[in-house]
Design a protein around this ligand. Structure first.
Ligand SMILES: [Ca+2]
Length: 378
């Protein structure tokens, strides 16, 4: 195991205790049988995006979105749940397979030389804090991300590490392709970005955080993020370095845990910086109905990638000095084959088998921008 992990974990002397998720205050629709571990988010309208000072261009402008109701997992998918999937299917994650150079080359600038065979072995990206704080350039994320051969979901820090004592932690090192494979096996889907953000904001529409305006109201930590000096020293005042067991922090008003911090979560949507500007043009500023993301990617972080997918929620690495991505409107993106040790997912479903109509096949990619008169009442 990489040495920084146990040393930081030992420094955390007041870990928070996980609790059973309560019945959601919004889960009052008795016509739906409740799928295990899921919470019903009722149909309604909310404000998506953020125009505040922390907001990045891809969060602007804030705008009205209406969604049909849906079920969403109360927590991230855990190591124990992912292990059930792997045991049932024999699935091997992207990080456990040799790298396809032809596939990788298509995402890189033309003329990029082929790496050595050693560098194309299975592996994943692992956060490794730089030793020298004074020489850390916060604009250069490769300073703290390291490609580790042999790192994958069962050994998150690489060969020798284990998830034996992390069965209730979120699974990490899952690519978008892995997350979709799990969701299909479970009879669910990845959430659209709009579904994810509405669920995160439940009861806190227009607020900075999923629980209100203050980061730590009355001194209570609501998310597993980074305290101290990023990326060299995490004093883990919130009780956890690296991932925390799911449900370690208070739920939001819908009864959902870890919609901020702990790990980034994949969504179905492709990434464009100008998604919301284009959406506002398409709807002429009116409410957008059931948006499912743009039809193509335009990602300045990865200009050669044909497709990148939106991630939400921030992670245990988020710190106000670097990013405040634990806000519900914040987002990141990666190619579908990317995996990292702060990246996982949760699922949604619009059906309970035998009880409700299957809406999951509705235009998986096309952005819905119905006329305002078509909008259902919130
Ligand atoms: Ca933390």
């Amino acid at each position: 195991m990489v040495s920084w992990v146990p040393s930081l974990v030992l420094a955390c002397v007041f870990g928070l205790v996980a609790s059973d998720p309560p019945q959601s205050t919004l889960n009052a629709d008795s016509s739906h049988a409740r799928p295990p571990g899921m919470v019903w988010i009722p149909a309604g309208t909310f404000t998506m995006g953020w125009d505040g000072p922390e907001g990045r261009p891809d969060e602007r402008p804030a705008h009205q979105v209406h969604l049909d109701g849906f079920w969403i997992d109360a927590t991230e998918v855990t190591n124990a749940q992912f292990a059930e999937f792997v045991e049932a299917t024999g699935y091997r994650t992207t990080a456990e397979r040799p790298i396809d150079w032809n596939q990788l080359r298509a995402q890189l600038p033309p003329g990029t030389p082929k790496p050595s065979e050693d560098q194309l072995q299975p592996g994943s990206m692992v956060f490794t804090p730089p030793a020298d704080e004074a020489r850390t350039n916060l604009r250069e994320h490769t300073t703290w991300w390291r490609w580790v051969p042999g790192a994958h979901w069962r050994q998150p820090e690489g060969p020798g590490s284990t998830i034996e004592d992390r069965q209730d932690h979120p699974v990490v090192h899952v690519s978008w392709d892995d997350a979709v494979a799990f969701a299909q096996w479970a009879g669910k889907q990845l959430p659209s970005e709009a579904q994810w953000e509405r669920a995160a904001r439940s009861g806190q529409d227009g607020q900075r955080y999923a629980w209100g305006e203050a980061l730590t109201p009355r001194g209570v930590h609501h998310a597993n993020i980074w305290q101290g000096i990023f990326p060299t020293s995490d004093i883990c005042a919130d009780g956890h370095a690296s991932t925390a067991p799911v449900g370690s922090y208070p739920p939001n008003a819908a009864g959902l845990y870890d919609m901020s911090g702990n790990i980034w979560e994949w969504t179905r949507d492709q990434f464009r910086t100008d998604t919301y500007q284009r959406r506002m043009q398409a709807t002429q500023g009116e409410c957008c109905i059931n948006p499912t993301g743009p039809l193509n990617t335009a990602d300045p972080r990865m200009p050669h990638a044909q497709v990148t997918r939106v991630q939400k929620g921030g992670s245990f690495l988020c710190h106000p000095s670097y990013c405040s991505s634990y806000r519900p409107s914040a987002k990141m993106s990666s190619t579908p084959d990317s995996s990292m040790n702060h990246l996982g997912f949760r699922c949604v479903s619009t059906t309970v088998p035998g009880l409700t109509p299957d809406m999951s096949q509705k235009s998986p990619e096309a952005e819905h921008t119905y006329a305002p008169s078509d909008a259902a009442s919130p």
